[in-house]
Design a protein around this ligand. Sequence first.
Ligand SMILES: [Zn+2]
Ligand SMILES: [Zn+2]
Length: 198
Amino acid sequence: MSTPPAWATELVARVCADADVAEPRLAWRRRLAEHSTGVTRRQEGAIAVRAGTDETDQRLTLLHELAHWLAPAARRGRRSDHHGRAFYATAFDLYRRHGLADADALRLEAARYRSALRHAVDLGVEGAVAARDAHRAAIRERPRRRWRVLVAEHRIRLERDGRWTVCSICGQKVVGITLARVRRARRPMRHVLMTSAS
Ligand SMILES: [Zn+2]
Ligand SMILES: [Zn+2]
């Protein structure tokens, strides 16, 4: 465990003073990666950050955890609200007030939680609509898995193959619940064998 950098200690003090809440203890470690990770442990009164090499991301990570630290004052945390709209209202406000550009906040939050962009759009964060559209376009362009039929639909015909029961038409193993169901079925059950390629 290393000593938190001075800017981080000051940031915790400033955010908590503004919100009039007690300060958490800040635990700080390094990690050999670009991005930082963080966790807020309320019972222990602590925020732990594992700081990556990107300094903007370190700052965002600490502010993100501070938003969790402040959140219960606004709304007693139901689990579903952990990264909900109320959380992001607090978080984006902190980012803006403590020196993060909206564009950086959007980029780094979207890399963690996809829902961040939706909430940012609702909250009217500048550039959020463009960021969401760009994100959607990127997802659309990702190559999809293409499925094709390897063996056309057919009636399952069970046969033994060593210790397994297989369908003699397509060779698929038939096991467990499916096997029991095929054996019990009044009408013959049907089967199709698909294969995927990206
Ligand atoms: Zn979080
Ligand atoms: Zn078959």
